[in-house]
Design a protein around this ligand. Sequence first.
Ligand SMILES: Cc1cc2nc3c(=O)[nH]c(=O)nc-3n(C[C@H](O)[C@H](O)[C@H](O)COP(=O)(O)O)c2cc1C
Length: 410
Amino acid sequence: MTLSGKRILLVIGGGIAAYKSLDLIRRLRERGAAVRCVMTAAAQQFVTQLSVGALSADHVFADLFDRQDEHDVGHIRLSREADLIVVAPATADLMAKLANGHANDLASTVLLATDKKVLMAPAMNPRMWAHPATRRNHATLVKDGVSFVGPTKGEMAESGEAGEGRMAEPLEIVAAIEAQFDSRPKPLAGRKIIVTSGPTHEPIDPVRYLANRSSGKQGHSLAAALAKLGAEVHLVSGPVAIADPAGVATVHVETARQMQAAVESLLPADAAVFVAAVADWRTAGSAEEKIKKVAGEGPPALQMVENPDILAGVGHHAKRPYLVVGFAAETQDILKNAAAKLSKKGADFIVANDVSQDSGIGPGGVMGGDRNRVRIVSKSGVEEWPELSKEAVAARLAELIAERLKTTVV
Ligand SMILES: Cc1cc2nc3c(=O)[nH]c(=O)nc-3n(C[C@H](O)[C@H](O)[C@H](O)COP(=O)(O)O)c2cc1C
């Protein structure tokens, strides 16, 4: 019951993602929260007051000028009686209204009148999200102290549309809400940390690529764990099938060279942790057209060239972060390889994991699986950690990073 006793005012905007808000209400109540809902007129085109009222087990507020509601609760009380206001889906319109101080319906009036924190989960067509007006409104709202979760990338409800604009999934929104109430100490407050995660894809031609089995689970968990300790986390993610972590600024890349450019553009930082399984090689050139299979001719010879070493580049960079941490995925001579990597790459410590099939970690092994067993290799020796879930490894590693950064000045 992580949200026991918390009062959430959920503002539901008029987008197709409003159906996910029904599930959000359930997830919040499961965790002990009391959920009261405000619906815009547009929201009621997508889901009914009946469903929202039944799931929240409370009266649903929808009309600023409803005499009964205004007499019983009133829009000012409604905006103040909550511990947190969550807007999901936050439409482009609701963002524009709050960014510009409009208050011409119950939802926008409540948002303007509140003295409580506001968390928005935007959902809109990718072009609406990318429009300069929405970009400006988003920046204004961030400056005004509004928090955001998502949007994420993916397929849109409209057929044939994809991109950034999908509302975060209900459980991600729940995690962002829990983070708002997390009053534990934040030893990484004021620290900027770069994390890389996932595999890279190196194109062979427009349809084929070289990749590896990295899922991004360890890197994404670490980004989330660092954010929980208060860090400003910038995650540079290769192509993965998992959601962006809540409270983390995520940049999506495909190739090693794009990952390197993204990481370097984020410097300076207090720490950088390289969890991504970056391809060591790429093909010498990606074919412009799909390489055809020609009868009688054998398979094409792929000529490989070396990719940039992102960890070593940052480890020896003029703007080197105070703390540089690398991950070493090895299948043999794990400690020897990790120790060699430590000095060659200019890292402070290496998190070595055995990704061989017989690592004893299953199902799925380390790469792609949910568990990990790591050793922390530094100049002062090797620390063996027991087999843990990737989230637990992330939490422990985040504590270790916080400990190492403690002595530096913010
Ligand atoms: C089928 C349909 C889907 C829509 N989906 C969205 C959406 O996902 N995000 C958005 O910002 N607007 C969406 N709109 C437009 C909003 O409903 C419209 O801007 C409305 O005025 C928003 O009102 P509200 O912000 O008061 O809820 C959609 C409209 C239609 C007809």
